[in-house]
Every structure is written in structure tokens, then in C-alpha cells.
Design a protein around this ligand. Sequence first.
Ligand code: AMP
Ligand code: ZN
Length: 458
Amino acid sequence: MISLVRLFDTLKRQVVTLEPVDGKTFRFYCCGPTVYGPAHIGNFRTFVMQDVLRRVLELGGIKTKHVRNITDVDDKTIRDSVAAGMTLVEFTEKWKNEFHKDCSALNCLSPHVEPSAVAHIPEQIVMIEELLKKGHAYESGDGSVYFKISSYSDYGALSRLDTRELDLGKTQNQRANSDEYNKDSLADFVLWKGRRPEDGENYWESPWGPGRPGWHLECSAMIRKYLGETFDLHSGGEDLIFPHHENEIAQSKCSCGGEFAKNWFHSTHLLVNGKKMSKSSGTLYTLSDLAQDQWTPMEIRYVLISGHYRKQLNFTFESLHAAREALSKLSKAAEGRESPSYRSLLGLVSYGVFDGARQKLTEDLNTAGALGEIFANLKSAQSEEDWKGFFAVIAALGLVLPKIEKTEVSLEIQELGEQRWNARQNKDWDLSDRYRDELLAKGWIVKDGRDGYELLRQ
Ligand code: AMP
Ligand code: ZN
């Protein structure tokens, strides 16, 4: 059975039902990481939300095709690879591998296709040629090519340029050729950047001379190749709405035609301790920063899904503590039950008492609401059907429940425990007390029951 998913669409500004254009597979694209350093938990808020969307679709019985790119050439990757004395490929490969490790630690499903910008230079050149031919682009005289935003009348529909106060006066003359884009001004943007001395050996030949593609172009070219001219959904963090996604729409619609993305999905930015994440405040936390304080990737994932993707989410150490406690409660509730495989849960029809949790997810990906529903119904879960529903919601959220730790008791402590128990059975209270004190001195408490005893860590 297919259960439909509804989601807020950034372009239509309303919650819409997601249905595959081709009636078979839900095909979606996510702007991926720029691989010049470790991804931070803010990046992962967006990647985890995209992962939850995919899981909810798949568990609802919908097949997906997930494409997420790797940005392996831009100002930052070039600058930092040169500083590290590595080739661009060596440098970006290293950070791509780190990114993959973090994704799997966070239990994110791998995209079906993960194309990189460097591997798609010819496709990007073809797109520029088409834009030039159709009058949407121009050469600037220094080996660069720019997109002319005044040639596309719908420019700005996604980010509502008409209602925002931007530096609109300079539209025709100002050009932006930096990959570090400016969110407050409107400018023709670069499609091909003529080679500059600081690029070193990182350039490719083109009809306009040596250079490299501008950052916005890679997504348009790779989407066309792997998803076609019209596809189901495009996604990223809210910072990408303008200008990156606006520019992608302009490039793609003007070169290929088609509808481009039918739906748009953006997550709000993660805050840390109530503030914007920043290098200067030391809050660009990575998984390995947090692992140093013994926080697990699952605890981090739990925090990242604990708020609705359209609401501001504040990451704090208290929220990590709460996540640890919540995960442990879930583990204890499900103790002794085998978690079914992800595959076996696809298309599950009945979620038993956890149907409310499923509905929270299918209605605009309300992860916070789903967690609330899980806890509210834990006590009433009884039947096999209920427990299958439980594991399906846990799988939709992408959580892996921690194993309940059995405290290791050394042989010496076990023997002391036994001797004390025997002394007690023989009513030798003095001896039994001595053993109890000895155990206490070694950090163990004895709790007696009617038919036996338990050794607990002090
Ligand atoms: P980047 O590697 O900078 O291209 O970013 C990768 C993804 O992370 C993009 O979808 C960004 O929009 C997203 N992103 C960056 N910072 C944050 C943040 N603080 N919270 C949520 N998403 C973010
Ligand atoms: Zn993109």
C-alpha cells in the first residue's frame, strides 16, 4: 500500500502532496557538501532531514531515486588544497571520505547517484553554450561567461525577490563571480570563470579559454543528466534558496526548458546555544568534536530530528543529555525484541498504536510530533503489529537504538558476592557484613531479594 506524504513547498508556499511525476519513482536532488573540511552538525541537520524524507517515502511504499552531488571545485576547495600542498583531487577525496564516514555513522542512506562537479565539466560547458546561443549569457571579455538575469523574467520567484529589499538598482551592471555568494544583492552570476593565477593547475579548456565552471552550474548540469528536465523535488538548507537555487532554476529553464523541480524542500538553519553557528565562536561542531566528549552520532541525530524542519532548532548540551535519556528509554522499552530489517518494513500497512506517529511524519515531516507520539504510546504497545509499527517509525526517523549495557562484573566481585550470600544463608551475619563492606569498598552495592541478590555499581 502507498501512503502519501505531504510537505511544505517553498515555491508554492503551501503543504502539497508528493507524487512521482512519472507515476513510479520519486526522483529528487539534494545539494551536497563542499568537500574542503569536515561537515558540521548544521550541514547534517539538512542532510538528516533529507534522509528522513526519503525514509518516510520509502516506508510509505514509494520507490525513490536520490541524487546528491559533491562540490569538489570552487574557490574554497582550490584555496585550501593549494595551502595543504595537495592536488585538488587528493584533497577533495580525503574530505569526501570523511563525509561518507559521518553519514554512515548518522545512519543516513547513501544516495543512489553521487556525481561530482569535476567529473561533469563537459556537461557544464554544453549548458553554457546553449545559454549563449539563446541569448541568456554573455562573455565578459576576461575569459569568463555570465548569466544575464534580466533575460529571464521569472527570476526570483522562489525567493520572492519582488517582495524583498535587495540591491535591485545594479541588476544589469553588477556581476558576481565569487563562489562565496552575496545574499543581499542581485547580480548577473558567473557560469564560467576565466583562469586566474591563484587557480594554479586547476583549470579546464573551454571554447572561452581555460577556466572552470561557476558554482551554481554544476547542479543544473548534473540534474539534467541524472533526473531530466522535470523531476520531483529539490532540496537544501534555507541559505541555498537565494541565490543558489534561484540561479539553478534560471540556468536550467533557460537552457533545457522543462519544469525543473516540481517541489522545493528547505530546512531552517541549526543554531548552537541560541546563536548562528560560527568559526569565531567555536560552534561549528563536527561529529568528531562531539565524540571527544563521548556523544554518539545517534544522540546527535536524535537532537537534529527533535525539532520540526521548518522551525528554528537550537543545539545545546542539555539537548544531547535529553537525547541520551530518550534513546535509552526507547531501548529499554524494546528490550529483547528483534528489530526487523529496513527492507522488510517498506510498505508496511498497519502501524498499530503507532499509527499516530506515522501520520505525524507523513504530514509535513513532523519529526518532533512523531517522537511525542512514540513516547505517548509506548506503554500501550502489546501486539506484534504494534511493535512492528514501533520499529517502522524508528526506521523512518533513521534511529538505531543503543544496546542496553550489561554491567561487567569481575570474577573477584562475583566470588565475594557468592561468599556473602552463603554467609547469609548460614546466618553468619558478621561474616556477611564483612563481605558487604569489602564489596562496598570496591564500589559495589548488594541488593538482596527473596531468592537471590543483585550486584549494582555504586
Ligand atoms: P555546504 O557544504 O556549505 O554547501 O552545505 C551543505 C548543506 O548544509 C547545504 O544544504 C546547506 O544549506 C546546509 N547548511 C549549512 N549550514 C547549515 C546550518 N547551520 N543548518 C542547517 N543546514 C545548513
Ligand atoms: Zn545546488
